[in-house]
Design a protein around this ligand. Structure first.
Ligand code: UDP
Ligand code: MN
Length: 333
């Protein structure tokens, strides 16, 4: 009898293990996975500049620089009011056709001939091994920027070395090298795979640093988190210098944009966004890069390491080339 009684708990052990496993799995799903999913798809509300007020936020050249100067209007008459629907499979135009059709100047620069543009900007694009996306970007962006009557140049900073990609460093290099060519007061730091859908998202600087792609198709046109400051941003030269640019130490995917945001905050600057109906973007499809493992480590160090940036930037300039649709800065970094 005693032996029989003793055998009962031994037989029930496998059932308990299974239950514990099920309970752990449920707890895991509830505590980690579900909030993650919800977080990803929750609409974060944020303050933004209404469409009608955008004009007051733009920093442009003002006054009349000498007699006979005809300024372009603050908002270009060529802006199309419709939201551009973008088929991500669209074909890129042939270089010569684009240059001829839009009279793009060597180095990928342009300015209106009939009036003096109020907005001068350099668009810096970090790049490596995405030739199809770069062609699509140039095909789409030149006419887009031309419709806005900007005085602009597209600068592509290419990392030639095959070691881990460093987006932040390429932005710093683009900033420094562009200023060697000409003094420009406004910079847009822009991924190659992002295309703006609304012409009112004017590629000029605003009084405050601006997060330009707050409504992205990939995020169902919702902002995933309030402090997101990646993808495409417009920053005045003085602000970029004041925060010492991006940190150079973020090799691989992630972290550098959050670090940049915290630099801006620490300088007492605030960021702005335009109306979500204006800040609409499409991202050309690509495989996601695995996040870098040490990005959180760097972020935690951020406060003490903000001396890492423009002041400590080192790289090897391999080539600077004036190409028909863009200025290429080829570097090893
Ligand atoms: N990039 C690139 N080649 C690469 C990785 C990144 O040209 O191999 C550039 C490109 O401009 C890209 C940006 O860095 O848009 C950000 O990388 P990615 O698009 O992979 O980041 P995510 O879309 O995941 O934010
Ligand atoms: Mn991307």
């Amino acid at each position: 009898m005693v032996r029989k009684k003793m055998a009962v708990p031994v037989e029930r052990v496998p059932v308990n293990v299974f239950k514990v496993f099920l309970a752990s799995l449920t707890a895991f799903l509830i505590l980690w996975f579900v909030p993650l999913l919800l977080g990803k798809y929750t609409d974060v509300t944020y303050p933004y500049i209404a469409r009608k007020d955008i004009i007051y936020e733009l920093v442009g050249l003002i006054g009349d620089a000498g007699k006979g100067i005809r300024w372009c209007p603050p908002i270009s008459p060529y802006i199309e009011e419709t939201v551009h629907l973008i088929d991500v499979e669209f074909d890129s135009l042939i270089e010569e056709e684009l240059v001829k059709k839009y009279k793009i100047q060597p180095g990928g620069s342009w300015k209106p001939q009939e009036c003096l543009s109020r907005y001068q900007v350099t668009i810096v694009v970090p790049y490596r091994n995405r030739s199809q996306q770069l062609r699509q970007f140039l095909t789409y962006m030149h006419p887009y920027l031309i419709r806005q009557q900007l005085d602009y140049r597209i600068v592509v900073v290419e990392q030639s070395n095959v070691t881990t990609f460093n987006r932040a460093k390429l932005f710093n290099i683009g900033f420094v090298e562009s200023l060697k060519m000409a003094t420009v007061d406004c910079f847009v730091f822009h991924d190659v795979d992002l295309l703006p859908q609304n012409d009112m998202n004017i590629y000029a600087c605003t009084h405050h640093p601006r997060h330009m792609y707050s409504a992205l198709d990939k995020f169902r046109y919702h902002l995933p988190y309030r402090n997101l400051f990646g993808g495409a941003i417009a920053v005045q030269r003085v602000h970029f210098s004041a925060v010492n640019g991006f940190a150079n130490r973020y090799y691989g995917w992630g972290g550098e944009d959050d670090d940049f945001y915290s630099r801006i905050e620490r300088k007492g600057l605030t960021i702005i966004r335009f109306d979500p109906q204006v800040a609409l973007y499409v991202m050309l499809p690509h495989q996601s890069l695995p996040p870098s493992e040490d990005r959180f480590l760097h972020l935690n160090e951020g406060v003490s390491k903000s001396d890492d940036g423009l002041a400590t930037l080192s790289y090897q300039l391999i080539e600077k080339k004036v190409l028909p649709l863009y200025t290429l800065i080829l570097v090893s970094c």
